[in-house]
Ligand binder design. Structure first.
Ligand SMILES: [Zn+2]
Length: 353
């Protein structure tokens, strides 16, 4: 079967992209929370491959190489700069292997390279800015080498850093997906508005612009509506699956007001005690449906996403995916089911259970 490119797909239908692998790898026991370095590409390649396979099974059309935070600066922080290139290449190769094997008679998945926020961007420091640019350039280069179909630049909270990422992706000639992640002040840290940043990214040639991470559906959607009115290009929406609020728009300062008796030792719910603040799957499906209706064709869920959330996105836009085989079947539940074999006295007890 012919493999279509990203833009060709987006012209005709939504493209689903799973991401947020930091949280999923951590939950599976292969990554340290807080430090958040995707070392599993080298240390536990099978575990990383399984994550990709599970999201593919749930309906992701893209296998995004897990190189988030796998940049030179972060590798210096953990004292393993020598592993930078091996880690990037391993992550890309593992992703490619999964992308190329979606199952019999299925179109191959797209392989996405990934660059992201470096956390050293400084609006006043040209030297640092050049350092960031070269970090992007080397990662985009490895993505091209390993056969990426497009490159995602994501989680930027400085507008200029996002523009720099776009610039480096454009040099490769590959399609560019740029998603930004404003912090709780609801503006990019260099003072540019969310909408203006997206407009500028479109002007500078991004193929897809939008938002990912930090914000749940509630605090991302209002911005998506504004961006949709301001840009003509394809748009992306990949929220976190947590119940962020107007007062606490991101998961960094989200309080647990749900009767928590053991707060985290580091004093905040982010990133290890967010569990009670999860959106349920119906909220994720509702978000995907609304975003799609708005004309947003690049859809996914970021940090916190389990494969089940991606299946919800897929089904919300009318797809049947392999994991749909296991969607809920309450009809056969032992107490709440409607199956004729469920004894009446067990059914009657349901409200007291
Ligand atoms: Zn994320």
């Amino acid at each position: 079967m012919k493999k279509r490119g990203l833009i060709e797909r987006l012209e005709h239908e939504p493209v689903i992209c799973a991401e947020g692998f930091l949280f999923e790898a951590e939950r599976r026991g292969y990554l340290a929370s807080g430090e958040f370095v995707p070392e599993l590409a080298l240390e536990n390649p099978e575990a990383l491959k399984n994550i990709h396979i599970d999201f593919q099974h749930a309906g992701s059309d893209v296998v995004e190489a897990f190189t988030y935070n796998g940049h030179r600066e972060k590798m210096r922080v953990i004292g393993k700069e020598d592993l930078l290139e091996p880690l990037n290449r391993a992550a890309l190769r593992i992703a490619k292997e999964v992308a190329d094997n979606p199952g019999t008679e299925k179109e191959k998945n797209l392989l996405a390279g990934n660059i992201s926020n470096t956390n050293i961007w400084d609006t006043k420091d040209k030297v640092k800015q050049n350092e960031v640019r070269s970090m992007f350039a080397e990662m985009v280069g490895w993505s091209v080498d390993e056969g990426a179909d497009f490159v995602v630049g994501k989680t930027f909270y400085y507008a200029e850093e996002a523009y720099t990422a776009l610039d480096e992706i454009k040099k490769s000639g590959l399609p560019a997906v740029l998603t930004i992640s404003p912090m709780g002040e609801n503006i990019m840290r260099d003072g540019v508005s969310v909408v203006d940043t997206c407009k500028e990214l479109e002007q500078r040639g991004a193929d897809v612009v939008g938002m990912n991470c930090f914000r749940g559906p509630n605090t991302m959607f209002p911005y998506l509506e504004k961006i949709r009115k301001a840009v003509k290009c394809h748009m992306a929406a990949l929220p976190i699956p947590f119940r962020t609020t107007e007062k606490q728009p991101t998961f960094f300062n989200l309080n647990d007001t749900n009767g928590c008796t053991c707060p985290s030792p580091h004093g905040r719910t982010f990133p290890t005690a967010l569990d009670p603040l999860y959106c349920n799957r119906y909220e994720i499906a509702d978000f995907a449906k609304k975003a799609h209706a708005l004309g947003i064709n690049y859809l996914g869920v970021c940090c916190g996403a389990a494969p089940m959330h991606i299946r919800e996105v897929a089904e919300a836009i009318g797809r049947e995916v392999p994991a749909s085989r296991y969607r809920e079947k309450m009809s056969n539940h032992f107490m709440y089911g409607t199956n004729e074999r469920i004894p009446q006295h067990i059914r009657d007890y349901g409200d007291k259970a």
